[in-house]
Write a protein that binds this ligand. Structure first.
Ligand SMILES: [Zn+2]
Length: 146
């Protein structure tokens, strides 16, 4: 997303396109997914001009503006996502990498099943498919590497 587009989007939501918001959004575009902590470290941590609380507040306002989506994470931390369209995630426990995947028929199938089993009095907001995995080391793969 171009700088001007981000500025327009923020303005439309009643937010000023402050340098902090622009900087945080640009960093999120590079990372794709990040928790407030991870983004804070990406921006320089303690040597950054932004405190962790500021980074968090900026992430919240970008989420309100519809530029980011906040998602429950694999490791008890919320993370922010620049891809606001419905999609699933593949999380690698060993490297903590998060990769997007889109499988609309899988999402719809899970959603249909969840609607059937949802306890009375609850309404479904959305279905997010999260796959947790780790790399396996096969002897053949190691031979190829060496
Ligand atoms: Zn994503």
């Amino acid at each position: 997303m171009m700088e001007e587009e981000i500025r327009t989007r923020l303005n439309q939501c009643g937010f000023k396109a402050t340098p902090q918001r622009m900087r945080v959004y640009a960093a999120m575009c590079r990372l794709g997914h990040a928790s407030a902590d991870a983004l804070y470290h990406f921006l320089g941590g303690a040597s950054s001009t932004m405190s962790l609380a500021t980074v968090y507040n900026v992430l919240e306002s970008l989420t309100e503006a519809g530029l980011l989506v906040q998602r429950p994470s694999f490791s008890n931390k919320m993370f922010f996502d620049v891809n606001t369209a419905p999609h699933g995630h593949i999380y690698r426990q060993d490297s903590q990498e998060i990769t997007d995947f889109t499988d609309e028929s899988l999402r719809q199938a899970v959603e249909a099943r969840v609607r059937e089993m949802l306890p009375e009095g609850l309404a479904l907001d959305r279905v997010e498919v999260q796959v947790v995995c780790h790399a396996v080391h096969s002897p053949q793969a190691e031979q190829v590497e060496s």
